[in-house]
Design a binder for this molecule. Sequence first.
Ligand SMILES: Cc1cc2nc3c(=O)[nH]c(=O)nc-3n(C[C@H](O)[C@H](O)[C@H](O)COP(=O)(O)OP(=O)(O)OC[C@H]3O[C@@H](n4cnc5c(N)ncnc54)[C@H](O)[C@@H]3O)c2cc1C
Length: 473
Amino acid sequence: MHTDPHSFRSIAIIGGGFAGALTAIKLLDRTEVPLSVTILEPRDELGRGVAYSTTEAVHLVNGPASTFSLHPEEPDHLVHWLAENAPRYGWTPPADIASSFPPRYLYGTYVRDELRRAVSTARSGSSFRHVRASATRLVSAPHRIEITTSEGETIEADEVILALGVFQPELAPREAAVAAHPGFAASPWDSTALDRLVDAQEILLIGSSLSMVDAVTSMEARGFRGQYRVISRRGQFIEVRRNATLERDFLAQGPLPTTARSLLSVVKAERRALAAAGKDWQALPLAIRPHILPLWQKASDTERLRFARHLRAFWDVTAHRAAPDSYHAVSNAIAEGRLGHQPARLLAMRRFGRLIAATLKTRSDTEVRSFGGVIDCRGHQLHDWRRISDPFVRNLLASGEVRPHSTGFGIDATEQGDVISEEGRVHRNISAIGHPLRGVAWESSSITEQRAQAIALADRILGKLTPLSLVAS
Ligand SMILES: Cc1cc2nc3c(=O)[nH]c(=O)nc-3n(C[C@H](O)[C@H](O)[C@H](O)COP(=O)(O)OP(=O)(O)OC[C@H]3O[C@@H](n4cnc5c(N)ncnc54)[C@H](O)[C@@H]3O)c2cc1C
């Protein structure tokens, strides 16, 4: 590997979670010319980001190993990797590895190890560097981009990829009131906070989706034997992922709906048809997913916002289902009478000695009830860049290098992911992947979506780098 980043086409990836690490893998694997790839990521390990940094073995990926290979042309790649490596990383795979749902920490290890492999097998003359710092500023010129890091270093690159992931909102006043209380866990991934809740009699879980499943599996693994009270605003509750197969590509059979209302009506009709035929409704997301991009891109902003406001919660519980082993912990607790769920809104929380008093508005009543623990399982994700307080995001907006997407979700970009500046100029050398493209593509965060994006992005960038252009530069 070469060490001078300036003699080659240099690409800086800002953010080294799943999306950033995978894009680096694809660039290094697919390039025909020497490349210099730099990832800026403050975390020690690349490839983990938020989702795969958990150290708890009970937190599982939400799909079978057969679906999460990093290389779609080798669908068994993850399965083979697990067979060879899982035991030395502390996981004994079952006989049928392809159908298993591996721990998320192990999936992060897979991505990290694949990046190491891609670096070591990269085309001769290429270089790779992990800068353990955050980007704080970016200044673009037509052929060169300058990035300043939190350590005061300046990095120059020909191409920049924004793989910043998702941001968390500031604590709302009702959470801030109990943020320092020992009974409050701001997320189910804060293992120290969960350790403190083991002896509680009753725990309030705010949210009823995948993060709630993480919380229950973690508490059960710690030996918690008390009660769980789960609340969600609309009363939806996550389901277990069954082995459904695609029944009918029902959206391909007519013009795609262009309003939230017409989409809801065809989806409901299909759900009724599946039920009438005795088929599993979980065939629905398999049929809908391939159409999400055109559905989103054909809709007006008004309809997109209507969907986000009224149908998002329904879509989330339809699309996201829990790994069977994780769900087992939840259904056991239900069967033992230890877990109850109700539609309710959290109005306020306050300290009440060793307990936390929560004011809950149910459909019929408002009640104040005390809990030994409260775990916030809403998996808060702030997609509105105008409300993100991160200094780099603020600088990008203030300098006009990026502008918010017209829906308010993420940033504006072309359908291919080329970022658009405040004055409407398409940056040909700054692209985005994953969460920042929420407004452009809507679903832009799962492994399979980001895998497709990373491959397309790498090919687009590499397409610009012929050996001839290297000679000319
Ligand atoms: C708990 C959880 C579980 C999930 N499980 C699944 C699953 O089982 N299956 C599935 O398909 N999807 C899952 N997802 C979806 C998940 O979003 C994607 O799989 C993927 O991890 C997203 O990766 P990312 O790189 O876009 O974002 P992130 O993982 O958020 O990574 C972004 C990285 O950017 C870095 N960063 C941010 N700002 C800067 C800066 N200024 N300078 C440098 N670095 C910066 C951050 O430190 C972070 O590491 C899960 C998500 C969560 C939160």
